[in-house]
Design a protein around this ligand. Structure first.
Ligand SMILES: *Cc1c(COP(=O)(O)O)cnc(C)c1O
Length: 367
């Protein structure tokens, strides 16, 4: 018997979330962002759910090759562009569109020999100060690109630092619009948070949702996934493999971090930090046992956690434990709540599910 732990990828939920992005983005085209192996879900596994996207965006060239190998003929965008000259050969061969965010990338393009001119997305640094040309240098970069025979169409893009928070995006939208006002070309500015929260001010030709596709709220805890009508794209579940009866004063696990104040039953669950369950979770982190909400107690070990079976007296050896996602009875534990308990974000938990965890794909039903 394999160890009783399983990650399940819910294709119908992923497709629902893509539709949700489409409805939020009015008439924009939608890039499905599948970087980091589809935020840990697996590019090959999620592909069927995202066939309805207008394009696939990612940043690793090997992942772009995998998307083409799946038979995807539509647009593929490299969100960080190329890293070295030979990457441009792959772009020519596979018809990849690529971001251009610095002079070195223009130099590489100018030296690239190709029969097929490339579609590029020229990126402005409108205030995040990660990738992109400064606003006052944007036009010069555009002019230089426009003069290259290697370049076909030039689109314009930027990225927001605070679309999920109080600062918002207005200051960056203003910078972007001012510095690109009379340049031709399609625009792409919104990530998940901007797509959901700022649809009116980010009207553009293309949106770039990532995290929302996987069912995590980009602005948790201000809003949760249910608020945005997002469904969990992944469930991480395990089983109870042992039960302990505690008396007052008994402690649980390494460091005796939890002490029983009254008689209680503890379930030992086959998941630990070696599976990607965050070790930063402490007593109180929510879990579902047989679809009933309860809490983790004590420390996360490499291969086990311990949970309070108080709210589920009928539970015992073999009971289903949902670490995040959807339980068999339909109850949902949002990944964002677990991430918050670990002092991180849903993104990190999804991306960190360990290779040793077996994965099942719940197919799209053929209705
Ligand atoms: C990752 C990424 C996105 C998607 O961001 P989410 O917050 O996951 O929606 C969009 N644009 C760029 C440039 C990115 O790198």
């Amino acid at each position: 018997m394999p160890r009783p732990i399983l990650a399940t990828i819910h294709l119908a939920a992923l497709r629902h979330n893509l539709d949700r992005a489409r409805r939020a983005a009015l008439d924009a085209r939608v890039w499905a962002v599948v970087k980091a192996n589809a935020y840990g879900h697996g590019i090959e596994r999620v592909f069927d759910a995202f066939r309805g996207a207008d394009g696939i965006a990612l940043l690793d060239l090997a992942e772009a090759e995998r998307v083409r190998a799946l038979g995807w003929r539509g647009p593929v965008l490299l969100l960080e562009g190329v890293f070295e000259p030979r990457d441009l050969e792959l772009c020519s061969r596979l018809g990849l569109w690529h971001t251009v965010h610095c002079d070195e990338q223009i130099d590489m393009l100018a030296a690239h020999k190709t029969q097929v001119p490339h579609r590029v997305f020229l990126k402005m640094n409108s205030g995040m100060n990660r990738l992109g040309f400064a606003p006052e240098r944007f036009r010069a970069a555009w002019t230089r690109l426009d003069a290259l025979p290697q370049v076909d169409e030039i689109s314009l893009m930027t990225h927001f630092s605070d679309a999920d928070g109080a600062r918002g995006i207005a200051h960056q939208v203003e910078v972007f619009e001012r510095a690109s006002r009379d340049l031709p070309g399609e625009r792409s500015i919104a990530n998940s948070a901007a797509t959901l929260r700022h649809a009116a001010t980010t009207r553009a030709d293309w949106v770039r949702p990532g995290i929302l596709l996987y069912g995590s709220a980009p602005d948790f805890p201000e809003h949760d996934a249910a608020h945005w009508q997002l469904q969990p794209g992944m469930t991480l579940a395990a089983k109870v493999i042992g039960v302990q009866q505690l008396q007052p004063g008994d402690t649980v696990g390494y460091g005796s971090r939890f002490m029983a104040e009254q008689p209680m039953r503890i379930g030992v669950v086959a998941v630990g930090y070696a599976d990607g369950y965050p070790r930063h979770c402490t007593t109180g982190t929510p879990v579902l046992v047989d679809g009933v909400r309860t809490r983790m107690v004590g420390r996360v070990s490499m291969d086990m956690i311990t949970v309070d079976l108080g709210p589920v007296p009928e539970a015992g050896f073999g009971s289903e434990v949902t670490l995040w996602g959807r339980a068999a009875n339909g109850a949902v534990l949002p990944i964002d709540e677990v991430a918050e308990a670990a002092g991180t974000v849903g993104y990190e938990l999804m991306c960190a599910v360990a290779p040793r965890v077996p994965v099942a794909v719940e197919p799209l039903d053929a209705q």
